[in-house]
Design a protein around this ligand. Structure first.
Ligand SMILES: Nc1nc2c(ncn2[C@@H]2O[C@H](COP(=O)(O)OP(=O)(O)O)[C@@H](O)[C@H]2O)c(=O)[nH]1
Ligand SMILES: Nc1ncnc2c1ncn2[C@@H]1O[C@H](COP(=O)(O)OP(=O)(O)O)[C@@H](O)[C@H]1O
Length: 205
């Protein structure tokens, strides 16, 4: 493992918890530098979204062809649509020494953990389920049936929190941003996990 390599940061959390909001706020903060990995999806484009910026919007056929070609680091089906991380860009950016930020759901995150265990895995959680529902409803991008499906999915996802290195509460956006920035900074300073037994000795003293 080259020391110059960038760090992989994976952020998951239920739909509507504020992942996109927090990530965009972090990108505007000049103290922290990373590249956001633009995912590919088969879901419909929402008003205000841009192809190639928010997602690469694709047909089911092209998405499945990309999977077959080995072009995906991970992918998952989420509420009737495919979502996945194009592999090549992630590899190139990390090799250049830039941190890469993935914003993906839990099944995909666990696939990444298998392949890239040195990544930092963060789960963004709402303070409670009522705030989650009101954030999804307030965004106004989904109908009632989809909101109900996403709330059910959220309950399952929250159970997966313990598989992450960190859980960050998004009560206030500015606080969640600070917490994640703190994690990234301390992970950059961390003793490499490859010398595991030595690392444990320090913790035990
Ligand atoms: N596994 C995986 N999940 C993704 C990817 N991109 C986005 N997602 C997740 O798919 C879920 C639905 O995303 P989206 O339809 O944009 O809804 P939103 O997160 O509520 O705005 C969210 O949990 C995203 O984090 C990806 O490349 N891979
Ligand atoms: N800490 C917060 N407090 C209140 N509302 C929030 C907070 N974080 C995000 N939101 C709002 O919740 C909605 C969903 O946020 P979004 O970033 O789209 O979530 P996600 O990307 O996780 O699906 C948006 O309308 C956003 O403005």
């Amino acid at each position: 493992m080259s020391l110059e390599k960038g760090m992989l940061i994976v952020l998951s959390g239920p739909s509507g918890v504020g992942k996109g909001t927090v990530r965009k706020a972090m990108l505007q903060d000049s103290n922290i530098k990373f590249e956001y990995s633009v995912s590919m999806t088969t879901r419909n484009i929402r008003p205000g979204e841009k192809d190639g910026v928010d997602y690469f919007f694709s047909s089911k056929e092209s998405f499945e062809a990309e999977i077959a070609n080995g072009g995906m680091l991970e992918y998952a089906k989420y509420v009737d649509n495919y979502y996945g991380t194009p592999l090549r860009r992630v590899q190139e950016t990390l090799a250049n020494g830039t941190d890469v930020f993935l914003e993906i759901e839990v099944n995909g995150a666990m696939q990444v953990r298998e392949k890239m265990p040195d990544g930092v895995f963060i789960f963004l959680t709402p303070p409670d389920l009522a705030s989650l529902r009101s954030r999804i409803t307030g965004r106004g991008s989904e109908d009632q049936t989809t909101i109900d499906k996403r709330m059910e999915k959220a309950r399952q996802e929250i159970k997966m929190m313990s598989n992450y290195d960190y859980a960050v509460v998004n009560d206030e956006v500015s606080l969640a941003v600070k917490r994640i920035e703190q994690i990234i900074k301390s992970e950059h300073l961390r003793v490499p996990r490859v010398i595991g037994s030595y690392y444990k000795m320090i913790g035990d003293k």
